[in-house]
Design a binder for this molecule. Structure first.
Ligand SMILES: *Cc1c(COP(=O)(O)O)cnc(C)c1O
Length: 357
C-alpha cells in the first residue's frame, strides 16, 4: 500500500486528495471494459445504473469531473440568454471559470444567503419572466453541502419548497451535490430523499468517497441522453473508462458508511480550534467535513498562516481574505487531527510576539 501521506504531511486542503485504497486498485486492475462512447463499457454501465437507482432517478451519466457534470446539467436545462439563480459563493460562480456563461450562455443571478442556504422567499424576489426587457429564469442551482460556507446542509423542507414552487413556474432545479453524501449523513436520510424533487443532481466520487476521478449526473432518461451529447462535445467521451468506474462503484457503494467518522473529526477540529487565541469559529456550525475558521486576530494572512502550518507538517489553504479551510476525509485519522490542532496551537500561541515586532 503506497503511503497516503507523502513526505509525512497531514493533508487537510481538500477531500479531493484522497487516494484509491487497495480494494479500489484491485478492482481497477481487473475491471471489465469496453468502448464507453459506443455504450459498451459494462463497468461504466453498471456504475451509471447503480447511481440512478441510489438517487431514485431514471438515468445517470459518468463524467470526468464535477465541473463538467455541472456544465452538462446546466446546459440540458437552459438555453442561451437565460438566467440561472444560485448562491453568491457557489462553486458554479467562483470556481468553474464561468462555464455557465462560456458554454451555456447564461447569466448567473446570484443571491447572498446566510450559510449559503437559499430560501424560496429570496429566490422568488429575483425570478424574471420573459418579456421585452427581461431574460427568463429557467434554472435554480442549489449547492448541497455548500463548500465555501463550511459544508452547510440544506434542510429538506427548504429544498422541497424550492422544487415545488419552481416547478409550478416551469423552472428546473439542479443540485450541485458534489458532497451530497455528506449531507445525507448529516440529515440521516438517503440521497434519494434529498434529490426527490430535483430535476438533476451532480455528485463527485473523487472527493470524500475516495475514488481517483469521476463524477455523475443523474436525472430523467431524456435529459441524460442529451447530456451524453454535451459530454462528447466537451471532450468527456472516455472510451475504456471502466478502470475508473470500477473504483467509482466501490466508492459509491461502500464509502458513504465511513463519512460519519470524517464529520466527527471535523467537529473535533472545530471544537479544539475554537478554544485557541486568535481563532474564530462556531463549532455548532460544523455539520459535515469542512471546517472554515477566521484567523484575522492572529495577525497573519491566510498565506502566511498556511506557510507556517506547512512548516509544521500540516497542509491547509486559505479561503477568502481572513479564513483558513480544513477538510477531513478518509485518509486523515483522529491522531492526525490532534497533531494538526497542536500545530495550530503552537502557531497561535507564538504569534503575538512576532506580530508585535
Ligand atoms: C469540487 C466541487 C465541484 C466539482 O469540482 P471538480 O474539481 O471539477 O470535480 C463542484 N461543486 C462543488 C460544490 C465542489 O465542491
Amino acid at each position: 500500500m503506497p503511503d497516503p501521506h507523502p513526505a509525512g504531511y497531514i493533508d487537510l486542503r481538500s477531500d479531493t486528495v484522497t487516494k484509491p485504497d487497495q480494494k479500489m486498485r484491485a478492482a481497477m486492475a481487473s475491471a471489465e471494459v469496453g468502448d464507453d462512447v459506443y455504450g459498451e463499457d459494462p463497468t461504466v454501465n453498471r456504475l451509471e445504473q447503480r447511481a440512478a437507482e441510489i438517487f431514485g432517478k431514471e438515468a445517470a451519466l459518468f463524467v470526468p469531473t464535477g465541473t463538467m457534470g455541472n456544465t452538462i446539467a446546466i446546459k440540458m436545462h437552459t438555453r442561451h440568454g437565460e438566467e440561472v439563480i444560485c448562491e453568491a459563493r457557489s462553486h458554479l460562480v467562483d470556481w468553474e471559470l464561468s462555464m455557465l456563461a462560456w458554454f451555456s450562455g447564461c447569466l448567473a443571478r446570484t443571491i447572498s444567503a446566510d450559510r449559503g442556504i437559499l430560501t424560496w422567499k429570496q429566490i422568488v424576489g429575483v425570478i424574471r419572466t420573459k418579456g421585452p426587457h427581461n431574460a427568463p429564469t429557467t434554472l435554480i442551482s442549489l449547492e448541497n453541502t455548500h463548500n465555501m460556507w463550511g459544508g452547510s446542509v440544506y434542510p429538506l423542507a427548504v429544498i422541497d419548497e424550492i422544487c415545488a414552487r419552481s416547478h409550478e413556474r416551469g423552472i428546473k432545479v439542479h443540485i450541485d451535490g458534489a458532497r451530497i453524501f455528506n449531507a445525507s449523513v448529516a440529515l440521516d436520510v438517503p440521497v434519494s430523499r434529498i434529490a426527490r424533487d430535483a430535476d438533476s443532481v451532480m455528485f463527485c466520487l473523487s472527493k470524500a468517497l475516495g475514488a481517483p476521478a469521476g463524477s455523475l449526473v443523474v436525472g430523467t432518461s431524456e435529459a441524460i441522453a442529451e447530456g451524453r451529447l454535451y459530454r462528447k462535445r466537451l471532450g468527456g467521451g472516455m472510451r475504456q473508462a471502466g478502470v475508473l468506474a470500477a473504483a467509482g462503484l466501490i466508492a459509491l457503494e461502500e464509502s458513504p458508511a465511513g463519512l460519519p467518522r470524517d464529520h466527527e473529526n471535523a467537529r473535533f477540529l472545530a471544537l479544539r480550534l475554537s478554544e485557541l487565541p486568535g481563532i474564530e469559529i462556531d463549532p455548532a456550525g460544523v455539520e459535515t467535513n469542512i471546517v472554515i475558521f477566521d484567523i484575522s486576530q492572529t495577525g497573519l494572512s491566510p498565506r502566511e498562516f498556511s506557510h507556517e502550518l506547512k512548516s509544521r507538517g500540516v497542509l491547509a489553504n486559505g479561503v477568502g481574505a481572513t479564513s483558513i479551510r480544513m477538510v477531513t476525509h478518509r485518509d486523515v485519522t483522529r491522531a492526525q487531527c490532534e497533531r494538526a490542532v497542536a500545530a495550530v496551537t503552537e502557531l497561535c500561541t507564538r504569534v503575538p510576539a512576532t506580530a508585535a515586532v
